[in-house]
Design a protein around this ligand. Structure first.
Ligand SMILES: Nc1ncnc2c1ncn2[C@@H]1O[C@H](COP(=O)(O)OP(=O)(O)OP(=O)(O)O)[C@@H](O)[C@H]1O
Ligand SMILES: [Mg+2]
Length: 212
């Protein structure tokens, strides 16, 4: 069995897709975004295709493509679509797989089911992306508490942004999960700068040797 990861985050817009592109590129993994809300801007799958230098076939089709950039439960209602969370199954892929959730853990897919409920069923190790900026300690510890309470396996925390030594240290001490590294803000953000940064700021072997 090849390693599989769920990439989630403390919040929306914090760099999960960029991290997932870096990870998928480094592992030559397949990428899957089960639920995409918002189709006007570049979708997450398109961003990964642009940034990860992967064959197009490595970006798997979304299960739900919803027009409006809001929480999936609402985006689905606006589109007149019913999300059936029980049908969301990780694709059977011969090779590593990187799955990206939408927003954070307690984002609703329906009026009754959260993304975290699906992750509980999957039992795939989760990577929690966390901004290093102000407010992150609280968001990160809350997210870890939600993961631990549901017995979702946590692979580790990936920081995103400028170095904040004290913030990172207290999360490492109190979070009960390993810190995998930190992806800095990249300017410019290109497939090449992302590939370079990912290999210098993260230990690839750790991901390669992960249990699925
Ligand atoms: N390491 C980085 N360096 C430079 N820019 C970044 C980095 N990470 C994220 N960004 C930029 O920040 C914005 C949000 O990033 P991204 O789309 O990865 O967030 P997200 O957490 O996946 O959001 P969503 O919840 O919508 O899926 C994008 O414009 C992206 O290019
Ligand atoms: Mg994203």
């Amino acid at each position: 069995m090849m390693p599989r990861f769920v990439v989630t985050g403390t919040d929306t817009g914090i760099g999960k897709t960029v991290f997932a592109a870096g990870l998928a590129g480094a592992l030559e993994a397949h990428y899957w975004k089960p639920v995409q809300s918002g189709l006007e801007e570049e979708t997450d799958s398109e961003t990964v295709r642009r940034l990860a230098a992967l064959p197009a076939s490595h970006v798997l089709p979304e299960a739900y493509r919803l027009k409006t950039p809001v929480s999936p439960h609402l985006a689905a209602r606006l589109d007149g679509v019913m999300i059936r969370p029980e049908t969301l199954l990780p694709p059977a892929i011969d090779g590593p797989l990187v799955i990206e959730g939408a927003g954070g853990l307690l984002v609703p897919l329906t009026d009754h089911v959260l993304f975290a409920d699906v992750f509980t069923r999957w039992q795939i190790p989760v990577i929690l992306c966390a901004r290093t900026g102000l407010g992150t300690i609280n968001h990160t510890l809350l997210s870890l508490e939600a993961l631990h309470r549901r017995a979702i396996p946590v692979f580790g925390i990936a920081f995103i942004g400028d170095e904040q030594a004290e913030t990172q240290a207290i999360i490492a001490t109190m979070g009960g999960a390993p810190v995998l590294g930190r992806l800095p803000r990249l300017d410019p953000l290109t497939p090449e700068t992302l590939r370079q940064a990912f290999s210098s700021y993260f230990e690839l072997a750790r991901f390669q040797e992960a249990k699925p």
